[in-house]
Structure formats: structure tokens, C-alpha cells
Design a protein around this ligand. Structure first.
Ligand SMILES: Cc1cc2nc3c(=O)[nH]c(=O)nc-3n(C[C@H](O)[C@H](O)[C@H](O)COP(=O)(O)OP(=O)(O)OC[C@H]3O[C@@H](n4cnc5c(N)ncnc54)[C@H](O)[C@@H]3O)c2cc1C
Length: 446
């Protein structure tokens, strides 16, 4: 019997997770096509390649023989168009490929806003391996750079450049770093941390234009305030948008992303989209229509694989989770932590005197049910935090069992007491008494 041929466009976390689980649960024929790289690598690790912490081989989660051993065909090519009637892909190489089911996992593209000078030599975004190669060339021997855009990729670019001794000016439109996402204390912590590292952080500052030298290479940027800042490199990190190029002329419906239902089905039977490039017609409760995150891509791929293997499964994301790094400060967030507590929400916040570690726990005012955690420079166990949120645990329970989430016993003893004391002072009628036993073992045995 002929095997169903599943073709996946994109070998990022979404496409590869789909492929891995389809292989695990079926004997379908699987082909993964990528224009970017021969093999799957970790995109969030791009910065460590530039900084010399990892080699390219170390960013690949599977050895190169994994694919053949698991009967997953890899094709290095670019899909130019899709003939959905004939179920056929047209590739840049001139070849065509027939599919029975098609998965579009084409990721994102860096935003551009049409600034004068944005196409000059030495001006670029950071998304993939080819960008990294350009950045390598563009920053060789330079002394000054400007990074535009105060998001996660902006701060990564600033750290990358800084690691090579390049003086960085960081233009951030917001009044404080990522204040649309981070509460004021965490946002200010990042501001301080960047300045401590010698980053020339310009808050409430936007780019107006980029100026060339005689050779057509960037020589300076001009801000909307009229200031000219000399530089030989400009990193544009002003967000990403779903990459829907492949759908052009195919009849597959798009809005900002490729439109899908909760089964990742597009309007065309047999064609699915997932990961960064997908946009839900109806987003899952409490989630966005488009979520451009690594862990989200992995969950999309896993769920879609079930459907492709005959068990039509809706996407039901669990408790939200994300992590990032702002130079030396690791950030983790679980559940729902709004930058400013919403009506009916309360927040408990503790900060280390050094100003580079903090814990925030948000909860409901009426029943004190825990809603979310924000951790800066402190690590908690994912499964424990997500479990408490899912189980709707009240704050006294969470505080009494914090040890189960903790990774760092020495440091923990101090902030646990301080957090509990703060909570007890505010809510004496619910006062928490700490047990003697601590840690994961305590929670398993109480
Ligand atoms: C520098 C950087 C750092 C990041 N750090 C984090 C982080 O710390 N945490 C986090 O949660 N997220 C992070 N992200 C976001 C995360 O990497 C993405 O959400 C994730 O990679 C999306 O996975 P994906 O598989 O959907 O798409 P992608 O990883 O973008 O993979 C899509 C692939 O499809 C290929 N492709 C597209 N069109 C075609 C075509 N027509 N033909 C053939 N191939 C095609 C692309 O070249 C690409 O290789 C980061 C992103 C960047 C750029």
C-alpha cells in the first residue's frame, strides 16, 4: 500500500516537532523542506554562535544521522508556490513535489518600517543563519553600533555586539525596556542592568533615518529628536511578522498569518499551518491569535502530529510559559502576569538588594488563587508552577510549598521568609506558617 506523503515546509521547531511525532505514531512518508539550513538547529541559540559560546554543531539537537535512521527525508530547497488543486509544490530548483498532506511551518520574517537608509550596507535584522553570517561580516573591526527596538531580539543583539567590545547605543521607543510586557520593577531592573554593562540605553527614543558614507555604508543614525549618532552597524530588531510568502496565489487564506482553526487546518483541505506563521481564526482562551515563541511552536507541532496520524486533536495550550535572558538576568514567566495588575488582581513582589533578582507572584484578590509568576535571576521548576496555576492553588498553599519550585536551596531560605513575611503582614487573617521540611521532597511527602 502506498504511504501517505506528508510534506512539511520549514525545518524549525514547529516543522521538526511535527515530523518527529508523525514518525513516532505512523509510518507515513515524511519530507521536510527548508531553504535555510540542511538540518534543524536551535534558533534561540543564534546569539551564542556569534559570541563563541557554542559551535554550529552544538546548536543542532539531533546528530545528522538521526533523520535517515528515522526515515525522515530532508530537502534543501525553497518552495516558490503551491498548486492546491494538483497537491503539488513548485521549488526554486525547478523540481516539483507531490504531497498528500501539506504542513506550512514557515516561521516569521523581520519587520522593516521603510526608514530612509534601511537598505544600506551595515544595516540588518537578525532571524536566521544567513543574517548571522552577514552580521559577522558587517561588524568585523567596527567600534560603534546602534540597535533599534527594545524587544527580546534587540537585547540579544546588544549583548552580541557588546561581547565583541563594540560600543552599543540601544534605541528603545518605550519609556522603559519592554514596559508593555514587564511590570515597572522588572522593566527598570533590565534598564539598570543594561546600563551597568555599559550599554548606552536611550529610552523614549526612535529612529528617524540612517545616513550613508560615500561608499554607501552606514555612518550614523538620526533619532526623531534630531540627534545624530555615529555608528558602522545598525541592528534592526523591531519585531517580526508571520512569513506567509509561500501562500501567494494558492488560495490559502491569510490575514497577518496563515489562517487556521484549532486543528491547524487552513481553508484548503489537506493543508495545515502551525508555529510562528499561523494565525488562529479564534484564539485559544487567554491566548493571542499569533504566538511567535519557541515553546508554542513545539506544542503546535506535537498537537498537529496527532491530527496527521488520524486522531483529530484541537490545540489546547496549557499554562503560558516563556523564558528569556537580558544579559546576565534570566527571566521566566508562568501563567498570566500583566504589566499592571488588572481589576481584582494582587501582586506580591520581592527584590534582592543587589537589584538583579526578583520574584513576583500574582493572585486573585477574592480567593487568593495564584495566577502567575515572574522570575528575574531566580529559577523555578516549570512543572510545579504550571501545576499550581492549573490546580488553582491559593497563595497560602503556594507560599508554604515554595520549596518544591525552587532550584537554589541556599538563596531560597532568605527570600522565602521575606515573601511570606510580606504576605502575612498584608493578610494576617490568612497568615502562612512555614513547615520545617523544605524542597521538592517536602511537597511530595506532605
Ligand atoms: C534571534 C532569535 C532569538 C529567539 N529567542 C527566543 C527565545 O529565547 N525564546 C522563544 O520562545 N523564542 C525565541 N525566538 C523565537 C523562536 O525562535 C520562534 O518562535 C521559532 O523559531 C518559530 O519556529 P517555527 O518552526 O514556527 O519557524 P522558524 O524557526 O522560523 O522556521 C521556519 C523555517 O522555514 C523556512 N522557510 C520559510 N519559507 C520557506 C519556503 N517557502 N521554502 C522553504 N523553506 C522555507 C525558513 O527559512 C525557516 O528556516 C527567537 C527568535 C530569534 C530570531
Amino acid at each position: 500500500m502506498q504511504r501517505t506523503h506528508i510534506v512539511i515546509v520549514g525545518n524549525g521547531i514547529t516543522g521538526i516537532t511535527t515530523a518527529r511525532f508523525v514518525r513516532k505514531w505512523s509510518n507515513h512518508r515524511i519530507t521536510v523542506i527548508s531553504a535555510e539550513s540542511d538540518h534543524f538547529y536551535s534558533r534561540p541559540a543564534l546569539m551564542y554562535l556569534y559570541m563563541g559560546h557554542l559551535t554550529y554543531a552544538q546548536t543542532k539537537p539531533y546528530d545528522d544521522g538521526f533523520w535517515e535512521r528515522n526515515d525522515i527525508e530532508l530537502l534543501r530547497d525553497y518552495v516558490r508556490s503551491i498548486d492546491t488543486e494538483a497537491r503539488r509544490l513548485h521549488l526554486s530548483s525547478g523540481n516539483t513535489l507531490h504531497y498528500d498532506r501539506l504542513v506550512l511551518a514557515t516561521g516569521s520574517k523581520s519587520n522593516r518600517f521603510g526608514w530612509p537608509g534601511e537598505d544600506l550596507d551595515g544595516v540588518q535584522g537578525l532571524y536566521g543563519l544567513q543574517d548571522l553570517e552577514r552580521m559577522e561580516r558587517n561588524t568585523r573591526g567596527i567600534e560603534r553600533a546602534v540597535v533599534v527596538g527594545g524587544g527580546l531580539i534587540g537585547v540579544e543583539m546588544a549583548e552580541m555586539l557588546h561581547s565583541r567590545g563594540i560600543q552599543v547605543t540601544f534605541l528603545v521607543r518605550e519609556r522603559s525596556y519592554m514596559d508593555y510586557l514587564l511590570p515597572p520593577e522588572e522593566s527598570e531592573m533590565v534598564n539598570r542592568h543594561l546600563c551597568r554593562h555599559g550599554i548606552d540605553l536611550r529610552l523614549s527614543t526612535e529612529l528617524r533615518e540612517i545616513l550613508p558614507d560615500e561608499a554607501g555604508r552606514v555612518r550614523a543614525v538620526v533619532t526623531t529628536g534630531g540627534e545624530e549618532i555615529p555608528c558602522r552597524f545598525v541592528g534592526l530588531a523591531v519585531g517580526v511578522h508571520p512569513n506567509v510568502d509561500v501562500t501567494e496565489g494558492s488560495g490559502i487564506e491569510t490575514n497577518r498569518g496563515i489562517l487556521v482553526n484549532t486543528y491547524f487546518e487552513t481553508n484548503v483541505p489537506g493543508v495545515y499551518a502551525a508555529g510562528d506563521c499561523a494565525e488562529f481564526r479564534e484564539p485559544p482562551p487567554g491566548r493571542k491569535r499569533i504566538e511567535q515563541l519557541w515553546y508554542t511552536g513545539r506544542m503546535h507541532g506535537y498537537t498537529l502530529a496527532r491530527t496527521l496520524c488520524g486522531e483529530r486533536t484541537p490545540y489546547r495550550p496549557g499554562v503560558f510559559f516563556n523564558s528569556a535572558k537580558f544579559f546576565d538576568i534570566e527571566y521566566q514567566t508562568y501563567g498570566d502576569v500583566a504589566p499592571v495588575p488588572r481589576e481584582g488582581e494582587e501582586t506580591l513582589f520581592w527584590q534582592h538588594p543587589s537589584g538583579d533578582k526578583s520574584i513576583r507572584i500574582n493572585f486573585r484578590r477574592d480567593d487568593h488563587r495564584v495566577l502567575g509568576f515572574n522570575l528575574m535571576g531566580v529559577r523555578y521548576r516549570h512543572e510545579v508552577c504550571a501545576g499550581w496555576i492549573r490546580q488553582r492553588r491559593p497563595m497560602p498553599y503556594v507560599l508554604a510549598h515554595l520549596g518544591a519550585a525552587n532550584f537554589d536551596p541556599e538563596f531560597f531560605a532568605r527570600y522565602e521568609r521575606e515573601l511570606v513575611a510580606q504576605y502575612n503582614a498584608r493578610y494576617p487573617d490568612r497568615a502562612v506558617r512555614l513547615k520545617k521540611k523544605k524542597g521538592l521532597w517536602a511537597s511530595l511527602t506532605t
